[in-house]
Design a protein around this ligand. Structure first.
Ligand SMILES: *Cc1c(COP(=O)(O)O)cnc(C)c1O
Length: 331
C-alpha cells in the first residue's frame, strides 16, 4: 500500500498526571499507556483511504453539534476537549480543534431538531469528553434535553474515570443521578488503567444509580493479545463495569500503526469466548468506512478477499474494509 508522509493530522498533545503515572516508561514503543498519549513519527504516515472523519460524523450532522446517524439515537458534541488526547482518535476532525464547549444557541438548535424528531429516544453526550464541562454546564445541557423529552435515555461517553478519576466527585455523581435514565460509557484499553481511583469513580456512579459500560479499542502492541484483554474485561466486571464494545480501529489519518487485522480480532474473540463469561465479553464491532455504520464484525463478515473484508452493512448492502498487512508503520 502506497503511503504518503504528510502533515500530522492536527490533534493536540495532552495528558493528565494521573494517566501518565500509570506508564512505566515514557517510551511509546515499550509501554501500553505511553503508546496511547505520546505522539510518534508514525502519525505522519497517512494511507490513501484514511481520513480525519472515518466514521462519517459530518455526513450525519443535522445541526452544528448534533449527529443523527441511527434511527433512535443521536450524538451531541458538547465539548471539543479531552483530558488526554488518544493518538488513535477517530474524531480528529473535531477533537481539540478549538470548537470549545457547546454554545447556548448550538444547544437550542439541537433541541429544535430533536423536538421535531420524536423517533429519537436516546442521546449520547460526547465530544471530546463531556466531563471536561463543569457540573453546572452538564446539568444545564441534560436539563434542557429532558425538557424536550423527559423520557430521553442519556448516555455520557467519557474517558475521565481513566484519565482523571478525581473528576468523578460525589457531587457530579449526585447531579447525574438526579436525572432518570442516565448511563455512563467509559473507555479503558489496558488492565493497568483499572486503578483504585478508577474503582472509586465507578462505585460513585453506580451508587448514584448510573449503570456503567465500557468500550475498548483493539490496539496493536497495547492490548492485542488474549491475556491482556481477558484481564481487562474481567477486571472491568469486577469493578462493576460491563464491557460493551471492542472496536476495530477506525481508518483515521495517521493511525495505521495502531490497527490490528480483523482476522486477528476474530481469533482473539474466539479465544476470549472460551475464557470469559458472557457478562465479560464485549461485541467486536467496526464502523464501516465512509459512514456506512457500525456493525458487529463476527455476524456481519460475508467473506475475506485479498485486499478487503466484505461486511454486510446496516443498509443491507456489502461494504469493504481494507485488509492490511500487520507489518509496516509501527513506531
Ligand atoms: C456509535 C454511535 C451511536 C451509538 O450506537 P450503539 O450501537 O447504540 O452504541 C450513536 N450515534 C453515533 C453517531 C454513533 O457513532
Amino acid at each position: 500500500m502506497k503511503a504518503t508522509s504528510g502533515p500530522v493530522a492536527r490533534l493536540p498533545y495532552g495528558v493528565t498526571p494521573a494517566f501518565a503515572r500509570l506508564a512505566r516508561s515514557e517510551d511509546p514503543r515499550r509501554d501500553p499507556i505511553a503508546a496511547q498519549y505520546v505522539p510518534t513519527e508514525s502519525e505522519r504516515v497517512t494511507l490513501p483511504y484514511e481520513t480525519d472523519d472515518p466514521i462519517g460524523d459530518t455526513r450525519y450532522l443535522v445541526t452544528e453539534r448534533l449527529v443523527h446517524h441511527y434511527t433512535d439515537r443521536a450524538l451531541l458534541l458538547v465539548s471539543d476537549r479531552c483530558a488526554t488526547y488518544c493518538r488513535f482518535c477517530f474524531r480528529r476532525h473535531f477533537t481539540g480543534h478549538g470548537g470549545g464547549r457547546i454554545t447556548e444557541s448550538q444547544l437550542e438548535d439541537a433541541c429544535t431538531y430533536l423536538g421535531g424528531a420524536p423517533g429519537i429516544k436516546e442521546i449520547l453526550l460526547s465530544g471530546g469528553d463531556p466531563l471536561m464541562l463543569s457540573d453546572q454546564e452538564l446539568e444545564t445541557i441534560i436539563g434542557r434535553l429532558k425538557k424536550v423529552d423527559p423520557r430521553y435515555i442519556i448516555r455520557v461517553c467519557t474517558r475521565m474515570p481513566v484519565f482523571l478519576p478525581s473528576r468523578v466527585t460525589e457531587s457530579l455523581a449526585h447531579m447525574l443521578g438526579s436525572f432518570d435514565s442516565i448511563w455512563a460509557v467509559i473507555h479503558a484499553d489496558h488492565p493497568r488503567e483499572l486503578s483504585d481511583d478508577l474503582r472509586v469513580a465507578v462505585r460513585r456512579l453506580l451508587a448514584a444509580g448510573i449503570p456503567v459500560l465500557d468500550q475498548t479499542v483493539l490496539l496493536r502492541g497495547i492490548n492485542d493479545d488474549a491475556d491482556t484483554l481477558e484481564e481487562l474485561f474481567r477486571g472491568l466486571v469486577r469493578a462493576g463495569v460491563k464491557p460493551y464494545y471492542l472496536f476495530q480501529g477506525d481508518l483515521a489519518a495517521g493511525t495505521s500503526h495502531f490497527r490490528v487485522t480483523i482476522e486477528r480480532g476474530i481469533e482473539l474473540m474466539r479465544e476470549l469466548r472460551s475464557r470469559l463469561s458472557g457478562l465479560a465479553l464485549p461485541t467486536y464491532a467496526v464502523d464501516l468506512p465512509r459512514g456506512a455504520g457500525k456493525v458487529p464484525i463476527e455476524s456481519s463478515l460475508l467473506r475475506i478477499e485479498e485486499d478487503a473484508y466484505v461486511l454486510r452493512g446496516p443498509d443491507g448492502g456489502e461494504h469493504r474494509y481494507p485488509r492490511e498487512s500487520n507489518q509496516g508503520g509501527h513506531p
